[in-house]
Design a protein around this ligand. Sequence first.
Ligand SMILES: *[C@@H]1O[C@H](CO)[C@@H](O)[C@H](O)[C@H]1NC(C)=O
Length: 147
Amino acid sequence: MGTSSLQLEYTIWKVLILLTYFVSRIICETGDCREQEFRDHDGNCVLCKQCGPGMELSKECGFGYGEDAQCMTCRPNRFKEDWGYQKCKTCLDCALVNRFQKANCSATSNAVCGDCLPGFYRKTKLGGFQDMECVPCGDPPPPYEPH
Ligand SMILES: *[C@@H]1O[C@H](CO)[C@@H](O)[C@H](O)[C@H]1NC(C)=O
């Protein structure tokens, strides 16, 4: 009986040591590449690709992941102006803010909005900053006070 409880203890230790080994292996294999690095076939951390204007990576890259990420053109209605790791951003929607459109969005440049559409005016925020959004003339101010 003394022998079997010793053997049990021994087995538990073996399991614990194996677990520790596998957990630390997982941490080593995924955890020690930096933010902008992926792990290649040989286990080396390699810098993620930077994509040019109008392009972004096909999948997330960094912290050890993203080995087969490729630069691809921004999806429609998205743009990226510069080289870099950043993703394409959504283009400004002039209709949404009730403004004329001065330039269309392209993969490398944002849309440019002009003046307010007829019947809309520029709303000036506290502090004098002008809001992008034009609001309909004669709209009652939003009801701040509870009734
Ligand atoms: C934006 O694109 C539309 C459709 O292709 C075109 O009709 C319009 O003239 C363009 N606007 C500008 C400001 O280039």
